[in-house]
Design a protein around this ligand. Structure first.
Ligand SMILES: [Zn+2]
Ligand SMILES: [Zn+2]
Length: 422
């Protein structure tokens, strides 16, 4: 049973509800460009996962088969009192490992490169929760190896991981303020807001997944203060709306420093030392810009409202596409989803460009719409067993979609043209 797949409709419902409340109150918690970028990173993370999730599973399975200390049986984890106790122990053990994984993800450069994606949003709402990395598969699994070494069954650990992830969704909101004692026991909206802050007093705090007790125990807890409102985001802002670049930006910074460092020892150390560490020769030649939070401004490119509406409509289609791909993956596996994923990734890329108001964005979008006709028609035909799309011609629907979209885009005045007509 895939708990995360079951949770997705509830995530979408809660997000829609938060969006409506925000819109009604005019509280400005959502900007469409930022939310779309966060959700694009989430879709990218899920779809890249179709091609990479076997790696941690292979490693975990190998350790479990060859080195497990206790031969725990999945049947032990039933609904009896002892079974439930075992579930609680497994969930707590996973949460403990999560704390250390998350803490190292902030403290070690190469791990931060993967995790930074989750922190780049300068807004904080339920869409931020879904803003997940696509490169976490590289090292994340290492931190859970002790649990496989103990011998917890794979299916139990996959379930407690899902519960842990699902739990973390609801804490990404500003609509819930303080929860009294709960803020000191569980991870809650208040103490997780602190975790997403770039203010000096809040930085590198509150790493917990479900329990904030780990932070209180290991000295990384910080309470949210009314005197210092949280400024969300990272010190080196992403400053674009490209979900691919979001995943590569910090690796790129590290690669730059590694190339420029004179000593081989430094070229290696750059990846594994404390986040922010730079060799002295690189720092001297390319000094880091100091952050002045008193002058902080969100990255917020302005585009014509009609263009934003166009992107929103296309993004809803992208969400539908991602759901269809998820269903296809569940039925037919990795090979069946490669081409649909490439098409979807292209869509997320061009929508980011449009939201940034890049001059070349429309050309890229037209190219995508043109490409979509043969590729989608072929996919519809190939996977249309029993749907009679072969006969009716799925390509007509796809061509219609592309022509309507292209015409809609062509009719939107460019931002500069709009200014002239006002
Ligand atoms: Zn974090
Ligand atoms: Zn978070």
């Amino acid at each position: 049973m895939d708990l995360i797949a079951i949770a997705v409709p509830f995530f979408m419902l809660a997000l829609a509800l938060e969006l409506i409340i925000d819109w009604q109150k005019g509280s400005g918690l959502y900007r469409s460009s930022d939310a779309i970028n966060s959700l694009s990173a989430g879709i990218l993370s899920t779809t890249i996962g179709y091609f990479t999730r076997f790696l941690p599973l292979l490693a975990w399975g190998f350790v479990l088969r060859n080195f497990a200390l206790i031969d725990m049986q999945p049947e032990w984890f039933d609904l009896s009192a002892s079974g439930l106790l075992l579930w609680v122990i497994a969930a707590l053990a996973w949460d403990f490992c999560y704390y250390w994984f998350h803490r190292f993800s902030h403290e070690i450069s190469v791990l931060w490169a993967a995790h930074a994606v989750h922190h780049q949003s300068e807004d904080y709402n339920l869409s931020t929760a879904l803003r997940q990395t696509s490169t976490g598969f590289l090292f994340g699994w290492i931190f859970y190896l002790p649990l496989f070494l103990i011998g917890f069954p794979l299916e139990v650990l996959i379930t407690v991981n899902a519960i842990n992830l699902i739990y973390q969704f609801w804490v990404h909101t500003q609509m819930v303020r303080r929860l009294g004692t709960l803020d000191r026991i569980l991870v809650t909206p208040s103490n997780h807001r602190v975790h997403h802050a770039q203010n000096e007093r809040y930085i590198d705090k509150n790493y917990g997944g479900m329990l904030i007790l780990w932070d209180r125990f290991f000295g990384t807890f910080e309470d949210e203060s009314d005197e210092e409102p949280v400024i969300f985001g990272v010190r080196k802002p992403l400053a674009n709306l490209n979900p691919f670049w979001a995943n590569l930006q910090v690796y790129d910074y590290l690669l730059f420093d590694a190339r420029k460092a004179a000593r081989w020892r430094d070229k290696v150390a750059i990846w594994f030392r404390h986040t922010g560490w730079r060799p002295t020769d690189v720092e001297a030649r390319y000094p880091k810009q100091q952050t002045d939070l008193s002058r902080f401004q969100k990255f917020d490119p302005q585009t014509a409202p009609q263009q934003r509406h166009y992107v929103m409509a296309q993004f809803i289609i992208a969400i539908a596409g991602a759901l269809v791909i998820a269903e296809l993956y569940a039925r037919k596996g990795t090979e069946a989803v490669l081409i649909p994923c490439i098409l979807l990734w292209l869509q997320l890329y061009t929508l980011g460009l449009l939201n940034e108001g890049r001059p070349a964005a429309r050309r890229f979008e037209w190219l995508r719409l043109l490409l979509a006709v043969p590729v989608l028609s072929w996919l519809l035909q190939a996977g249309a067993d029993g749907l009679q799309l072969k006969e009716t011609g799925g390509w007509v629907i796809v061509a219609l979609y592309s022509v309507v979209s292209a015409t809609w885009l062509a009719l939107i005045p460019r931002a500069e043209e709009q200014l002239l007509t006002q």
